[in-house]
Each structure stands twice: as C-alpha cells, then as structure tokens.
Ligand binder design. Structure first.
Ligand code: NAG
Ligand code: NAG
Ligand code: NAG
Length: 836
C-alpha cells in the first residue's frame, strides 16, 4: 500500500513548515566511557556497509545515530502502466524472485549481490566496495535483460538523504551541484555533523536510455521524459525516510493524474516509461532528500551500468575514477574469497560445488548484518499468569529508547530484525570466520540488558523495523524470556580466546600474506581488550542470569502432597526448577519452539525441561566466563548452580517409561498427581544438545537411540523436531512439530562429538561412558546425520537457489521463510573438512 495523495500532502507540507521552525531534542541513551572507546576503536573497520538488512540494497553507517547518511535502491520495468506494484525495495518473498543472494560478501570489504527478477525481466548485480580506511565506498549497479526480445525497460531509482537529527538548523545537509556537462551525471555535496563533509557522485558506465524510434521525442509533457535521468530533491523528515518507496509512489501517482488531465486517457504506449518518471509537480523546495531515476532500454543484451561513489572529503583515499572503483571491487571480491578459504576448508565431495554453496550461504549470513536504531515498544505492566492462557494481551505499552543494535538477522525478507535466540546461533557461525565481528555483535546485544537484567526476545527498533511485524508481536514484555543462546556463544568465544591466547597474544608479525587474516589480525591486537571489555559487561550478564532465574522459576509446592514419600523427589533442589512464563494453550513463544506440544491444559505448576536445560547451560557459561575473568568466588557459585540444575534434570524430568526427558505438570483431572508429559523431540534432546548431561550418564544411550530411530526422530533430511509417532506430528500450524531445523541439528551433531569423540576419524579420545554399543550407534548417527543435513540443504539450494527456514521431514523440501540464511547457515560449519 502506498500513501494516499492527501496524506502525503500533509506529510510534506508539515515538513516544509518544520524545516523553518526548530524541533524537540532527540534523546540518546547514555553510553559509558568504555563503550565509547570500544565503538571508536572498532568502528574504523565497520562504519559503512549495506546495514539496512530489509532492503534489497540499502546503506547506512553504524553508530551514527543523529545525522546518518541514508541510501537506498529501487527498480521496476516501466513499459506497463500498472507496473508500480512491481517496484522493488524491501526484500519480500512475494516478489517471486528467482534468485536473490550475496554471492560473496564481507562487511569489512564489500561484495557482490545478484538478483534475478523475472517479473521485471531483469538480471541485476550490485557490487559494493570500500576503501581501506572505511571512509569511502562505491556501489555499482549493473543490469541485463533476462530476455532482450521482450523490449522492457529498467527504471532504477536511487535515493539518499542526509538526516538532520534533532537540530534542524544544524549544518547537516545534502545539496545537488548542478552539472552542465552531462544530464545523466550527478554530484552532491553533503555535510553530516557526525560524518563530516562528503561528496556523492552518480556516474554512468554504459547503457542506453529509453527511446522510441516511432515517436522521436518521448517527452510526454514538459519534464516528463524517460530518455534522460530525472532528479527530484525535497525535504522528508528523518523518521519518514524509510518510506521512500511509498513517497515515490504517491508523488508519481500525482504526476500521472496530472498527465492524464493534460493528455486524456488514450496515451501512446511508447510514452508510458516517461509517464512513470518522477517530476517535481508540487514544486517542493529542494531539501536533503534526493531521488534520481534512470530508465534504461533493455533491448540489448549488454544492459546498463552506473556507479554511485561516496567520498569523505577529509579522507586521503577518495575514489577518483571508474577505473579505481573497478579495482576496488575486484580486490574486495578476491579478498573475501581468500579469507573464506583461509577459515573454511570446505570438503568438495565429488565434483559438486559445495564451496560455492558454502561461500554463498555464509555471505548471506554476513549480508544480513544490520545496524538498527530507534524506539522499542514495551509493556512493563501486564502480569502474566493463568488468566493469560487463552491469549496474551499487552495493553499497557510505551515506546522506550532510542536504543541501538548491531546484529545479523534470521532472514532479510521475513525477519529483518534482531532475534535474541537466533543470534547466538549466528555467532557460533560468524566467530569461526571473524571473531572480532562476532564479539562486537555480542557486545551490542549485551548492552541492551536493562537494569532488571532483561533483554527483549525480539528487538524491533523504530518504524522501519516495526513496519515488518504484525502489531501484536511488536510489544515486548520483561517477563518473557527466550533461550539464552548469546551466553552460549560468548562462553564459546572466550574459551576459544583462551585456547589460542599463546599464539594470539603477540603482535601479528606472523601474518605474511597480502590478504590479512581477519581473525588473527583482530585478535592479535585485541586480546587484552576483549578480556577487559568482558569485565565491563560482566555485571550485566550477572543481572541477566539472575533475571532469567527469578522470572522463569517454577513452583514445586503443588506437588508436595502427592510426592511426600517419594525418595527421588525429596532430592530435588527446590529452587532450581523452571518453566517458561507466557505460554498459552496453543503456543509457547518464549521457548523458541512456538507450537511444540506441551502439557494440556496449561497449569501454573508446569515445569519445562528445556527451560531447566537452558538455565543449566547459562550457569555453566557464567562459570566459564567467571573463570576466564579470574573471579573465583563467582566461579564456585555458578558451578554450584550448574551442579544442582544438572541433577534436577534427572531427578525431575527423566521418564523411566519413555526413556526420555519430559515436561512435568499437575494432573488436574484426577488426584492432583505429578505427571510427566512426554512428546519426544527437540525438547527431549536439549539436555544432551546443550551438553548438560554427565559424560558418563547411561541415559546418553537412550538419547542416541531416540535420535537414531527412523520411526521417531531420524530422517533422511536431519533430525525431526517431533517424533513421527507423536499424535501432534505434522498437525495444526506444523511449525515445530516435525520440521527439520538446522539449529538443533547443529547442537546435536556437536554434542555427539563431545560425548563420543571417537566419532571423528583419528581421534585420540574416547567416550567416558565406555559402552561399545553406544559408541557404535554414535558413530553411525554422526556420519549419517551430517551427510543427510549437508545433502538436503545443498540439494534444495541447487534446485531453487535458496536456503530455508526449515525442511519438510517427509520430502526434505525447504519450507517456511525463503533465503533464511540465519541459523541455517550453520551448514557451513558442518561442511568443514575438520567437521565441526
Ligand atoms: C546474470 O548475469 C550474470 C553476469 O553477466 C551471468 O553470469 C548470469 O548467468 C546471469 N544470470 C541469468 C539467470 O541470466
Ligand atoms: C520488440 O521490438 C522489436 C522492434 O524493435 C519488434 O520487432 C518485436 O516484435 C518487439 N517484441 C515484442 C515482444 O514486443
Ligand atoms: C514506440 O511507440 C509506439 C507509439 O506509441 C508504440 O506503438 C510502439 O510499441 C513503441 N515501440 C517500442 C519498441 O516500445
């Protein structure tokens, strides 16, 4: 939907007035000194990138909150009158793109994105590269027809804005410099209070503008001419810039109406591309926002190409020519390829192209990294209790912030924002390539932990991010938790750091290749710093852990009477039982496994085995972090919690009947008895997957058998989320009721290797369990599971050009959100020759 003309008028008129008055102060969340230093030190390499994850291509700088420069790209074929619905801007599964992918990409250097858009007959390639000082960049937009005989056009709209921040009278501006030499070349000069002075150049490399031999001139009415670039400058308030597409459509609609008034309804078809070209019919005064529209003829195979160059005028490395830009782009692509191969030695099985697959999937994970800034909608009043089982209503919400977040996203089309539980999985993958980048993302998340220790499970900052979320999901509650994967990732990161400290602590003289190795370069200089900064965030992590335990703590009281004489029950550590707060009859969103079957009906006394497993994992992570930071008393404290939670898992949640870990609830029907609720699937596996079972537990064998059983969890495409024999398998919404998900499969593979190191060929270690049959099961499971996961994700990619949110447990077909390059990208770690 686009704005109606009248709404737009109000918006823009208000803006024109606003520009002349002053406005309210923008408030900023306070940063402490260590944070400011950290940002300054790390920003030099990651200031610029296409950080607008939800756009096919959109740039904004990181940590520049008041006066960022914003850039975006849109396109459509303008030969049909009704083509406005095909205007591409935000990534959408509904655009029916045949392909949309970063072939190679690294936010530190640049990359190449390819889009195949059949409805617009377009093969579009967008290159992005930066100078080494990270101050300047080039975007190269290159398009070809998929079928030249169709006589289509591509109208590309580039837009940019210099935000003014709170101070409308401040120096921030972006001005078009009239260039008499060439009507298709543009120069802008800009000033940002935070970024300094800069210049933006728009230059064609090749391409033919729209023309029509029959008609001669294609100027429909004065100023409405697709045979040359169009430029419209105006003022749009900072917080509306993200609606560039809506505003373009409204302005264009007004222009079309005006043309129809002048020319009547019967318009020559050859004039349509001109009529779909923007002009300033309202005579808006030029402001900081600029649209440039270029309409190229796609009769010829060769297509078109143009560059947009941003140069910081205080930098010494400005990009002066197209030739320089070409070199920069080629170097960037080479560099990413070399870096990738340095970190991932991908096993090419046979003659297939697993490496190409792997680098593409991984590039898209990095390509989803965005920087978000804005307010968050939070309800701190509504109390979650049994009254909410039917449905949860958050009605006492307020906007808080602004906050900032540097994060990757699950998928750019459907989930273009930060997800707390996804992010830990993303980091497990990113840290293997660029430790420093992963650490910075983790830090950005931990900074969101508030005074109560809470961080939202979805971070939806500002109207641009909110526009992609159904209203009922935008509101976050400080009572709702989510699997704390970020702590898992941080603990792994710090462990890795310690393991490598001997080699990494010294200055990096050891690096002799031309292409610097991302991880060791960053770590070599930052080892001390990472430890130091971990100390800064440590108190927040403590608060977070405490908050998690306090809010998700379960109640044992109701079981006391029934279990009075039970010896096992009497050993349960009473303060260490947990449940997800905020489940409904149908869903348990906090668990991350939304519709996974749980006890019916819900009961306040319910205890969830997965919540307990996550708390247990958290306590071990805290223990490890305390150890690394040499905080002995804390280390002992967390070790104690770990011990108790691990024991509770067996004391309370193990079913001797099902041979599996299960939820617990109170049987309200009969005599208020304690009852195990067993739905075999990912929940039963979590104590194992998170490595929270004792290494010599005989129950390991039961878990192995559950995973290996083709009638239950084992499939040719990976482990099913729910047993094929469960009555809920494939039922209802069918989201976590059988579908194969890569995140839990990854954890399980990793855990098999942890408990049964002998599954790796040539390994010197063997399992503490010392059960030969179990060891055999583990070996077979490990190699088959790994192969099945790799083959299925790869085959789907090969067939459709995409990776998916999850995979059908019966056919293996990709399902859910398309190009879900969040945790599905863990397939890259699985593919490494040194498996996992
Ligand atoms: C798109 O263009 C690229 C670069 O010219 C080419 O390699 C690729 O095969 C094209 N793809 C399609 C589907 O035409
Ligand atoms: C494209 O234009 C050429 C003439 O330039 C014409 O011969 C051809 O029929 C047109 N193709 C279509 C699909 O309209
Ligand atoms: C050129 O314009 C004429 C008149 O509007 C139209 O009939 C014809 O299809 C156009 N040719 C192309 C190739 O677009």
């Amino acid at each position: 939907m686009w704005l109606t003309s009248s709404t737009l008028w109000l918006l823009l008129l208000a803006t024109q007035c606003l520009a002349k008055s002053s406005s309210s102060q923008e408030s900023f969340s306070a940063k402490n000194e260590a944070e400011v230093v950290f940002e300054k030190n790390t920003n030099s390499e990651l200031l610029w990138a296409p950080y607008r994850s939800n756009c096919y291509f959109g740039i904004r700088p990181r940590y520049v909150d008041a006066t960022p420069f914003i850039f975006g790209l849109m396109w459509f074929d303008t030969t049909q009158f009704d083509s406005m619905t095909k205007l591409r801007h935000f990534v959408s599964d509904e655009d029916n793109l045949e392909r949309f992918t970063w072939e190679v990409y690294d936010p530190r250097v640049g990359g190449k994105e390819n889009i195949i858009d059949p409805e617009n007959n377009l093969n579009l390639t967008i290159y992005f590269a930066k100078t080494h000082d990270d101050q300047n960049w080039v975007v190269r937009v290159s398009g070809k027809p998929l079928d030249p005989s169709l006589n289509t056009t591509t109208s590309v709209i580039v837009y940019m804005n210099q935000n003014v921040g709170g101070d409308l009278k401040g120096p921030s501006r972006l001005v078009y410099m009239d260039n008499d030499a060439d009507e298709n070349t543009f120069t802008f000069t800009g000033v940002s209070e935070e970024l300094g002075k800069y210049e933006v150049l728009v230059n064609d490399n090749y391409g033919t503008y729209y023309h029509n031999e029959t008609l001669g001139s294609v100027e429909a009415v004065p100023g409405c001419d697709a045979s040359r670039s169009a430029h419209v400058g105006l003022t749009i308030p900072d917080h509306e810039v993200w609606r560039a597409r809506d505003i373009f459509q409204s302005l264009l609609t007004d222009s079309i109406k005006d043309v129809v008034t002048q020319l009547g309804e019967n318009i020559e078809s050859g004039l349509v591309p001109s009529i779909l070209t923007l002009r300033n019919i309202h005579n808006f005064e030029e402001g900081n926002f600029h649209y440039i529209q270029k309409t190229f003829d796609l009769h010829e195979e060769k297509g078109f190409e143009f560059d947009v160059v941003y140069n910081n005028l205080e930098s010494e490395q400005t990009i002066e020519s197209g030739k320089e830009a070409t070199k920069l782009i080629n170097d960037a692509i080479n560099e990413v390829n070399v870096r990738f191969d340095n970190h991932f030695d991908i096993e090419n099985l046979g003659s297939d192209d697993k490496r190409e697959f792997a680098i593409e999937v991984f590039s898209n994970l990095l390509g989803g990294i965005g920087y978000f800034h804005g307010t968050q909608v939070i309800d701190r009043e509504t109390i979650l209790d049994e009254d909410q089982f039917e449905s949860i209503k958050f009605e006492h919400y307020k906007e808080e912030g602004p906050y900032s977040l540097f994060t990757s996203v699950p998928s750019r089309g459907f989930f273009p924002r930060g997800f707390y539980w996804d992010e830990g999985f993303h980091l497990l993958q990113i840290m293997e390539y660029d430790y420093d980048l992963a650490f910075q993302i983790a830090v950005s998340w931990f900074r969101l932990i508030d005074e109560d220790g809470w961080v939202a499970r979805e971070v939806i900052l500002g109207p641009e991010a909110r526009s992609k979320v159904p209203a009922e999901f935008t509101i976050q509650s400080p009572q709702v938790a989510n699997p704390p994967t970020l702590l898992l990732a941080l603990s792994e990161m710090l462990t890795k750091l310690i393991e490598n400290s001997d080699t990494l602590g010294t200055p990096h003289a050891a690096i002799d290749s031309d292409v610097e190795d991302g991880i060791s370069a960053a770590l070599g200089t930052n080892f001390e710093y990472i430890i130091k900064y971990s100390k800064v965030i440590y108190p927040k992590l403590q608060q977070h852990f405490q908050w998690f335990m306090d809010t998700q703590r379960g109640q044992l009281e109701e079981y006391m009477e029934d279990m009075e004489d039970d010896v096992t029950f009497s050993q349960v550590h009473q303060d260490y039982v947990f449940k997800w707060l905020g489940r409904t009859v149908t869903h348990c969103l906090p668990s991350g496994l939304d519709d996974y079957p749980r006890a019916q009906p819900p009961d306040v006394a319910e205890l969830n085995v997965d919540t307990l497993a996550w708390v247990s994992m958290m306590s071990r992570s805290m223990k490890n972090i305390a150890h690394i930071l040499e905080l002995e008393a804390d280390e002992a404290k967390y070790a104690e919690i770990e011990k108790k939670t691990v024991e509770n898992m067996d004391l309370l949640h193990w079913s001797e009947k099902a041979h599996a870990y299960c939820d617990v609830t109170l049987d309200d029907e009969g005599d208020e008895e304690m009852m195990l609720v067993c739905h075999e699937g990912y929940i039963s596996l979590l104590p194992f997957a998170l490595k929270m079972m004792p290494s010599d537990s005989p129950r390991l064998k039961d878990v192995l058998k559950l995973m290996s059983d083709p009638e239950k969890l084992f499939s040719a495409y990976g482990l099913r989320s729910l047993s094929k024999q469960d009555p809920y398998f494939g039922a209802g919404e069918n989201y976590w009721r059988g579908k194969v998900w890569l995140n839990i499969n990854y954890l399980c593979l990793d855990a098999i290797k942890h408990y049964f190191p002998e599954v790796i060929e040539g390994s010197q270690q063997s399992s503490q369990l010392g059960d030969r049959e179990a060891s055999k099961i583990a070996q077979k499971l490990y190699s088959q599971l790994r192969e099945n996961l790799v083959n299925n994700v790869y085959n789907n990619w090969k067939d459709t050009n995409y990776v998916y949110e999850n995979y059908d447990p019966i056919t293996g077909r990709g399902t859910g959100s398309v190009q879900f390059t969040g945790w599905t990208s863990l397939i890259v770690n699985i593919l490494r020759r040194q498996a996992l």
